[in-house]
Design a protein around this ligand. Sequence first.
Ligand SMILES: [Ca+2]
Ligand SMILES: [Ca+2]
Length: 423
Amino acid sequence: MIKVFISLCISLFAISSASGKEQNKRLYFKLLSHQVKFVERELRQKIRPVSLGLDNSQKQRIKVLTNGQVNFSTLYYVDVPLFVSGQGLLGYQGEFYNDVEPPGFRGDPDAAGQWWLDKLNIPQAWSYASGEGIVIADCDAGYHHQESDIAGNLLLDRAYDLADRDRSNNIGDGRFVYHGTAVVAIMAGVANGLGTNGIAYNSKVVPLQNFNYDSSLDDIGKEEATAQCVLKAMESSDVKVIVLENQTRNGSSETFVGTRDAVFLAMQAGITVVSAAGNNSTELIEESHYDTGSIIVGAMTQDDLPASYTNYGSRVSISAFGENIKTLFGPNGQMGNFGGTSAATPQVAGTVALMLELNPQLMPYEVREILQKTGVQHSNRHLVGPRLDVAEALAGVMSVSHTESLAVKQSQQFRRRLQEILK
Ligand SMILES: [Ca+2]
Ligand SMILES: [Ca+2]
């Protein structure tokens, strides 16, 4: 029954984008019945063309995406031709909001200025996931960690500075403290009714500092500290995602062999690594020769073109927006305009947290493949990969059948052994 149902399902989000040019309207609804099997049958039966006045081709377009189970707290939507009324869909045993979007979570107040939320289909994705239960480690330049918009999601007891051996517990100093603050706010900012919130607003972040950009503080080089940062992140058994927010002169952080090796280990341990491509307009050659399996993120302009500065090449997995990203900088709630592959990377990392909440067993290469398959293709896609679409990525997670239990087991064993060695 469930199998048949899944095979009939089409992505809602795909429907909405494919039918965007036609005269359509959107109907929102929540299912109310408590009898799942009954509702599944109803979903199929009541969608008959006769009940809606649709022909067969139109009928195909209003099937509802589920993950094989009907979720009653989830808000679904369908795009239908203008003449269809919500009354025709009442057989869903649902509560309908004809034409009008019902009150749902669209972000904290300042999110109103965040144009990219809608462009990346993030509010739709929030019907499915918020990052709950997912821990991300960020290797970054510093954090205003007392900012209320990020503090609640930071795991401060694990904060660590890998570059400053004398003050390894101070992640709030250095020249670019705003940088990690901005990254965490985009990726995992707190949904508290104030300011903004992140894409994975219920995830948690281990704040690691890989450089202070201050010779009076830093004892070892940025590249080496980044490699150490990856190893440090792996000491925590619950970290599922590692974010690398620095570049080298030659490209992404993975041009440094120590970092590359550490990333290889993380991938074998089943941790998804999301890495900024860098901002030098450079082709990533070494990264193509040594594909670690990480997700390397390029930057797009607001007009959906590859940014002039972004590093590029076949190894860039996916891209997100790298300009006019209004977000928290701190201190004292100060907002700023963030950009570069540094800004694009947390958009992807937050999405990965949502994906892993839906299916924590996904292996890193599956996460990358789903992101690439579901991203928006553009004419320059060979340079920076497709552009991220968050709702489509979640639909992609829900539609794959997952048979990787052996790989999951192996990665968990590897991770345990690695943690013994790292201690
Ligand atoms: Ca520091
Ligand atoms: Ca907030």
